[in-house]
Design a protein around this ligand. Sequence first.
Ligand SMILES: [Zn+2]
Length: 455
Amino acid sequence: MRSGDRQLVIQARRAVLPDGVRPAEVRISAGRIDNVGPITPPPGPRAEPDGERVITLADDEVLLPGLVDTHVHVNEPGRTDWEGFATATRAAAAGGITTIVDMPLNSIPPTTNAASLRIKREEAAGQVHVDAGFWGGAVPGSFASMPALHRDGVFGFKVFLRDSGVPEFPPVDQSGLGAVMEQAAALGSVVLVHAEDAAVIDSAPPPAGRGYASYQASRPAAAEVAAIAQVIEAAERAGARAHILHLSAADALPLIEAAKGRGVALTVETCPHYLALAAEDIPDGATQFKCAPPIRELANRERLWQALRDGIIDCVVSDHSPCPPAMKHLADGDFGAAWGGISSVQLSLPVVWTQARERGFSLDDIARWMAARPAELAGVAGKGRIAPGLDADLVAFAPDDGFEVDPLRLHHRHKVTPYAGQRLHGVVRRTWLRGNPVDGDRPSGRLLARQERTR
Ligand SMILES: [Zn+2]
């Protein structure tokens, strides 16, 4: 039965609401949250009034808002053998993510003009198990396409400051970055930057062989610091909104804090792997840990956690960036040759929660970093919180339950993961998308487009 036919009521002893965690009854009709109120009568078996269906979460379950992952590389069309809309979104739903925003690169064509966006939307239609929106991209020669892409609903524009890894998505230079910022400011959009500086990386020794240290040295923290300084300067000059993607280098935090302090419209994300893993623990040849920027030392990781605590980092999103297993060079373990990217859309929540709970964070923090703030960053309407009027995207999450990561249970197209065999806390028991359970059989996700902000 569809949600429009009867009112659905979900009762939870612990619901993660915008103003805190408390017992709540969430009433849903036509896929939207009608009301959030106290539980009446107390949870437990009760007679169901006509036209109403009541679900009471188990005592060990918490009701979370569906997470919003604004950093997913779906790669379809063009590199559908790397990942695809059906597999990526099914994995997302299994991981408690009910909205993804697809990155403009690694698919062919990249999403750098309106025609390409149309192609991606046509490919995605009917395949998505969660709601999906699209970032646009800006590459040299494509800047004139930005207004049309914006009009057609992309949530913002991504740029690279150095080689992206794929030839069809080249980087912009300093004047290009300035031009993109100016256009984005005029459109009221946001510029997302892969912030690693080309000159710093070019002067570092190239990665080679099985040693993780060689890879890490090839992409020093100084490359992130230099690039982020450039982004801040460009955003400030243009009066644009800028977002730093996948921050790894804690050395950049003082710059970011200072920029935010003087009112630059800057937001920052980091990713589960920078918060959970550490360079010291990565075995030589273990190319499943290769991503860009690289995972750095333990001490760096703890500074990222402190920045989350201080509100300097806004969001935690997956940077799900898959490739076929052969491209990870697992057999020879060559960090120079392996594709840089970690797939983790299904594991994002338990990976981050496992680390967060050890450091005294709560599920409020998780909901802010992984649902509310990413929804705000992209301007995805109706998502990211459990509140009246928003979509009934919800997750029954058992924070104290645990599991061991079995790669075969991942719905990602390819099962390579640096988390294989790890014991994680937090089990996603059920996911609802607009009031309907996501069961993996029938893709019921919608394609999202940017809506004009009403206020
Ligand atoms: Zn990425």
